[in-house]
Ligand binder design. Structure first.
Ligand code: ASP
Length: 459
């Protein structure tokens, strides 16, 4: 089959599978809700096997589907970054794209945080939370040792979080970093490698050709793996919804959830499209439609990193994003650029503060904006990464409020145990913020395509 024919077949395949993913998401939600009905009926046949059924769903969704995606990440990042850097060629242009990309990442994250802070201040979802609910949440948190362990392993403050980001950029051993799945150091090494590769003249051509071939093979592997996506997202969604049921949207916590979702919607459907239209000169809604396979995979998997292979595939194959831009903006964006996460962190921390009865002033809101952006940059593109970094934001706010000790509410500032309030619904919100994270990366890559078009970029 010629390269052209093969591309056409991939196109058609991607379209079909996208429909299947959409249907699977809807069916997964319904199946999860139906299963949830049996959670409190342990005497029924299904109720008796409730945990086993959820375990089965998790096995197929996580241990098969997400693993298949994760398996592709490292070789895809290494080859796509090197191919991207080599095809940009000269240093100065690379610097220009790099600066524009970083400005885009920071700018959009700050806009997202501002939207979140405005909404949560105006809506004040914390006022609907009773004192008993706060006490119950603290107990929930105390019982959740898994989350606590992860949180304790995280950075202990603003400075530590900043240091952790810088420390994680340069790999001591690139192979070790790749083996451990650490993305940022691998991107750093690949950029460096690609830049130097362009300086050694014709001798570098076989190596550049090798990585180009690896990149093409990886993209083909994505096309195969993506056929597993409908089954994978069905299982993951059913697993998630089975825990709480769709009725969670009718409880007091729903006001908080709606605030997050409203903020994410404003950012994803108004701000980012506007930026794409102004700076990328592209029709945002056509592009949104073309990126739907990646967005739905993000929604189903809760992980921008695991979605990265699909994002690359959809962006280059359907979205008209140049290889140069995709190689650079998408892998970096999957770890650094998290608009949804930044917005979420800001809303969640203010919500917890409101539930504890704190009135936050402008100084605290500015601190939240900065720390939420920083933690979003530091967060890995994996499920619930935000929760682990939230204490950094809470502690920074407490310091600003003048609390440094530990203890109960009034005397110690906002308790980290307040995270217990939101743990239960976090997976649902994670699906939404991950989708926005991936959409932000895609929009960035489309905008940067204008600065770095391929020689014959598809329209
Ligand atoms: N799950 C998110 C992502 O992968 C990160 C987070 O906000 O928890 O993009």
């Amino acid at each position: 089959m010629s390269a052209n024919e093969s591309e056409k077949t991939s196109h058609a395949g991607l379209r079909t599978v996208t429909w299947l993913i959409a249907i699977a998401l809807a069916l997964g939600a319904l199946a999860g809700h139906w299963l949830h009905g049996y959670q409190d009926a342990p005497d029924s046949w299904i109720g008796e096997r409730f945990e086993a059924i959820r375990g089965g769903l998790w096995f197929v969704g996580n241990d098969i589907f997400i693993r298949l995606l994760k398996m592709l990440i490292m070789p895809l990042i290494i080859s796509s970054v090197i191919v991207g850097v080599v095809s940009v060629g000269d240093f100065r242009r690379l610097g220009k794209i790099g600066l524009a990309t970083l400005a885009y990442y920071f700018g959009t994250m700050l806009i997202a945080v501002t939207i979140g802070l405005t909404l949560v201040t105006v809506i004040n979802p914390g006022q609907y939370i009773s004192e008993e609910a706060v006490v119950r949440a603290e107990a929930d948190y105390a019982a959740d040792t898994k989350v606590q362990e992860k949180i304790e392993a995280g950075p202990s403050g603003f400075g530590a979080a900043l240091l952790q980001i810088f420390k994680s950029i340069i790999p001591e051993n690139p192979l070790g970093a790749a083996a451990e799945g650490r993305v940022l150091p691998i991107i750093f090494f690949s950029i460096f490698f690609g830049v130097v590769l362009t300086t050694i003249g014709p001798r570098g051509e076989p190596v550049a050709g090798f990585f180009d071939a690896v990149f093409r093979v990886m993209m083909k592997m994505v096309i195969v793996v993506i056929w597993m996506a409908p089954v994978g997202v069905f299982c993951l969604l059913a697993w998630t919804i089975a825990a709480k049921g769709l009725g969670v949207f009718l409880t007091a916590i729903a006001v908080y959830m709606s605030t997050v979702i409203a903020g994410l919607s404003i950012h994803a459907l108004i701000v980012l499209p506007l930026l794409l239209w102004v700076f990328g000169r592209a029709n945002p809604f056509v592009f949104l439609h073309r990126m739907r396979s990646a967005l739905m995979t993000a929604f189903g998997t809760d992980s921008s990193s695991a979605t990265l292979p699909v994002t690359c595939e959809a962006a280059t194959l359907e979205g008209g994003v140049s290889k140069k831009s995709a190689g650079f903006v998408l892998p970096l964006g999957a770890t650094i650029n998290m608009d949804g996460t930044a917005l979420f962190e800001a809303v969640a921390v203010v919500f917890i503060a409101q539930a504890y009865g704190f009135d936050l002033g402008l100084a605290e809101l500015v601190i939240i904006a900065l720390t939420a952006t920083l933690t979003a940059i530091g967060a890995a593109g994996i499920p619930s990464a935000s929760l682990v970094l939230m204490p950094t934001v809470i502690m920074a706010v407490n310091q600003s409020l003048g609390y440094t000790g530990e203890g109960a509410g009034e005397t110690s500032g906002i308790l980290i145990a307040g995270i217990g309030l939101i743990i239960g619904v976090d997976r649902l919100l994670d699906m939404c913020r991950t989708t926005v994270n991936v959409w932000g990366d895609a929009v960035g890559a489309k905008i940067m395509t204008r600065i770095a078009p391929d020689e014959a970029a598809p329209k």
